[in-house]
Design a binder for this molecule. Sequence first.
Ligand code: MF3
Ligand code: CO
Length: 260
Amino acid sequence: MIIIKNPQELQLMRESNRLVAEALQELKKLVVAGITTEELDRFAEDFIRRRGAQPAFKGYRGYPASLCVSVNEEIVHGIPSKKKLRDGDIASLDLGVLMNGFYGDAAITVPVGSVSPQVQKLLQVTEESLYRGIAQAKVGNRLLDISRAIQTAVESRGFSVVRDFVGHGIGKNLHEEPQIPNFYSTTAHNPRLQEGMVFALEPMVNEGTHKMKILSDEWTAVTADRKLSAHFEHTIAITGSGPWILSNPDHESTALPLAG
Ligand code: MF3
Ligand code: CO
């Protein structure tokens, strides 16, 4: 069952997700060669606690930190450590909060210093695929319209979509129904989209194979071929007037950047 949120609940979810977005904006500025991923985690946790929110990931199924930092071939769920970021790396930052009873969840992938045109393309295609998916998140469409739009945006540019992790409903729980694959799946549920549904859409895009492995820390997912992977995530609401990006850091913007 997909839980529908009323307008007051959507407003609370906007606040939770705005906080995530603002934290990610600040974290992005800190992503420079020499910073450790642990320092980014500390900043994230302090930032959200000072605003009266709790980190959503810490303790979730035993996850040990507030932020996931997934570097280069790491797809998702990288655990912060004393590892320093280096020029030319890419770092995915994934953050969740719980505030006023509702979760927020978003992720960005940030280049460290300068990266090659091919790597810039990977980041751009991944973010654009997210916005292509968001554009399909409207009343009258079905869930897999989102999935198909993401997959097409990725594969038409020569990259692959991770299959082992999916987007999800979100609300009073971090993970609610439905699961939202980033690819068209004949076995997935394909409900009609309705006003008041809230989804965390999160394409994970690989340079090479879509296949992944989990490291011995039992969290970090890496590409099977150790090529690069990028991840962007927004929490969005389906409204009568189109998708509302709840994790948009800007105050009121609803523009969908579809260039490129
Ligand atoms: N955005 C991810 C998700 O929705 C991050 C979860 S990290 C975890 O699953 F530690 F909480 F599992
Ligand atoms: Co998520």
